[in-house]
Design a protein around this ligand. Structure first.
Ligand SMILES: Cc1cc2nc3c(=O)[nH]c(=O)nc-3n(C[C@H](O)[C@H](O)[C@H](O)COP(=O)(O)OP(=O)(O)OC[C@H]3O[C@@H](n4cnc5c(N)ncnc54)[C@H](O)[C@@H]3O)c2cc1C
Length: 570
């Protein structure tokens, strides 16, 4: 038996048009299936389109070109040391062995084009199997116009038009941050390329050269186009349909009508996380959480969790997220603070005017430390990134261009009136404006400066790891992440314990099959990406771990449904 009176029958129904969904669609189609992708928003791309698009792929086929030697065993050893037994060993092993297989497949059968970043290191260098670069991978840029009519419905990138008029790749962004002769040359080259795109400038279009997450989304969308895979926009899935215990399709809302879609081989839930669902967050996560601090796309409302639990699916890691400090700018955008927190001349403090962590550590760990400070009663939500005029002059932070490019007078006033940005001539005055302990702040800065001049941070060890130094200022020595805050005026940027999306969701096995609360597989139902309980558990191994795992388990799901991988490997 199948869906009664279906409006449409396909082999594979994909719910959600982000990295996981569109990858799963390509793989199923290449395996001979008929595929439909449905997306509830009016634009496609989800949080993937807001992202850096980096994918973390151990033992990938592009590493040799940048002189990195890696192996599946080393990738597995690193993941296992970090994740431990919190995730099934079979699932960790599946990721370590099949991420590179997924990448080869997608490089051959789609427009996806990744290259290895030789200096983008794993986050935990003390662990076995660690690599100082090569696993985190960047997308090749692509011209938006290649998408034709679909160019109009792609989600905009996270920083679109904020800091620069043109888009940059990871390496270009890194070069620009260095603010040296090479940076100016890179900037000039990119600006000229942007300006010389006369037809686009004439029509006042955004930069058509897409990079980062939007490039990945465009490449995936183009791959669907080539294959004639339909993508319905404004088409939320409302309910899964079962035949006995097997999922055999779904009810999709389209143009005000319910479409009964039968899916012969299965349904892939790739709906992202639940970061915009305040009720789910408050139920599963630590107070005072809500839905305001996330940088995820608005479609991340936990529909997989809602629909899956209705039919008995088990959940995992619901208390977790891909944490990152965030802050909300006057136009309402929530930005992730990933780079600016590592540069010299800055610290983060709680309401007691004290540092609570190594600010340069991985963003996930920094937010965990922020919650710990809050739990100790120190008042760390929000906390403040405090920096001096030297820092302000040299570095971009979030949406603020370096002071030598844009003076304070050019910063829209709402940044100050909203309390996002505070400025004062002395640390005492700054503390007064923030209503935090001024004496403690002055003492914190004095202590920090004393050690920072020598390149030391005895309290928190900032700048000791390759990770801490990656986002810092390599021209500063002896420690690129440390420098005193000594030149007034002083500034404070208010930061929340935000996230890039949640990482809890439907509990899956190593074939991305959704499990029920009794530990049995729900036949016909697969999940990947942030709709599923993360293979990374409560950890973040390196840049690209979320997109890498989203694409890998979508690949595994489609291979299982179409190519019988389970039989092959058992
Ligand atoms: C600023 C920023 C930078 C980041 N940088 C990186 C990075 O460089 N590398 C990395 O690995 N991760 C990064 N991330 C995290 C990463 O973007 C996400 O974890 C990942 O893209 C999630 O992919 P996904 O396919 O699971 O979900 P999404 O890309 O969010 O796609 C899910 C889609 O499903 C749709 N949907 C939801 N419910 C329904 C429904 N009922 N019916 C139909 N459609 C539905 C949503 O609207 C959405 O379009 C970043 C995130 C942010 C915000």
């Amino acid at each position: 038996m199948a869906v009664e009176n279906p409006d449409l029958t396909v082999d594979w129904l994909v719910v959600g048009a982000g990295a996981a969904g569109m990858t799963g669609a390509v793989v199923a189609h290449q395996s001979g299936g008929s595929v439909l992708v449905v997306e509830k928003e009016a634009v496609y791309g989800g949080t993937t389109a807001k992202s850096g698009g980096v994918a973390w792929i151990p033992a990938n086929h592009r590493q040799a070109e940048v002189g990195v030697r890696d192996s599946v065993d080393e990738g597995y050893a690193y993941l296992k040391a970090l994740i431990g037994d919190s995730v099934s060993d079979a699932r960790i092993r599946a990721y370590a062995t099949r991420a590179s297989e997924m990448l080869c497949f997608m490089s051959t059968h789609s427009h996806v084009s990744y290259s290895a970043l030789p200096r983008y290191m794993d986050y935990y260098e003390h662990l076995p199997g660690y690599k100082p670069g090569g696993r985190s991978m960047d997308n090749a840029p692509i011209d938006l116009r290649r998408l034709g009519a679909d160019a109009g419905t792609i989600r905009l990138g996270h920083y679109d038009g904020l800091l620069l008029p043109f888009n940059v790749t990871v390496e270009e962004g890194q070069a620009l941050q260095e603010m040296n002769a090479r940076a100016y040359l890179t900037g000039l080259r990119l600006l000229l390329r942007y300006l010389l795109d006369i037809p686009a400038r004439w029509k006042r279009q955004r930069d058509n050269r897409l990079t980062l997450g939007p490039a990945l989304v465009a490449r995936l969308r183009l791959s669907l186009q080539d294959r004639g895979i339909p993508l319905w926009l404004n088409a939320p899935v409302r309910e899964l349909v079962r035949d006995g215990s097997r999922v055999c399709g779904a009810l999709v809302e389209k143009e005000g009508k319910v479409q009964r879609v039968e899916a012969r081989r299965g349904v892939l839930l790739a709906t992202g996380g639940f970061s915009h669902n305040a009720a789910l967050r408050q139920r599963y996560q630590r107070a005072p959480i809500g839905d305001k601090w996330t940088a995820a796309a608005p479609g991340a409302t936990g529909d997989a969790v809602t629909m899956g639990t209705r039919i008995g699916a088990a959940l995992g890691f619901m208390e977790c997220a891909w944490w990152s400090p965030t802050y909300t700018i006057p136009d309402g955008r929530v930005l992730a603070l990933i780079a600016g927190k590592s540069n010299p001349g800055s610290i983060m403090v709680n309401r007691q005017g004290r540092r609570f962590a190594n600010e340069a550590q991985p963003y996930e760990d920094l937010v965990k430390a922020q919650y710990q400070s809050e739990a100790r009663g120190e008042g760390a939500i929000p906390c403040y990134l405090v920096f001096d005029a030297t820092y302000r002059g040299k570095y971009a932070v979030g949406h603020l261009k370096p002071g030598k490019v844009e003076r304070d007078a050019g910063i829209p006033r709402e940044n100050f009136t909203s309390g996002l940005l505070t400025k004062a001539d002395t640390l005492e005055e700054l503390a007064d404006k923030l209503q935090i302990d001024g004496a403690a702040l002055s003492q914190t800065v004095a202590d920090f400066n004393h050690h920072a001049r020598r390149g030391e941070d005895p309290g928190f060890g900032r700048g000791a790891t390759q990770h801490d130094r990656y986002y810092a200022d390599r021209t500063v020595s002896p420690n690129p992440s440390l420098g005193p805050l000594e030149t007034p005026p002083y500034y404070a940027l208010r930061c929340d314990p935000g996230d890039l999306d949640t990482k809890g969701g439907l509990l899956c096995d190593e074939y991305a099959r959704v499990m029920d609360t009794g530990g049995k597989v729900i036949e016909g139902l697969y999940a990947a990406g942030n709709a599923s309980a993360a293979v990374m558990g409560n950890t973040y191994p390196g840049a690209g771990a979320t997109i890498g795992s989203a694409m890998t388990f979508a690949y595994i799901a489609a291979r299982h449904a179409f190519a019988g991988d389970e039989q092959e490997s058992t």
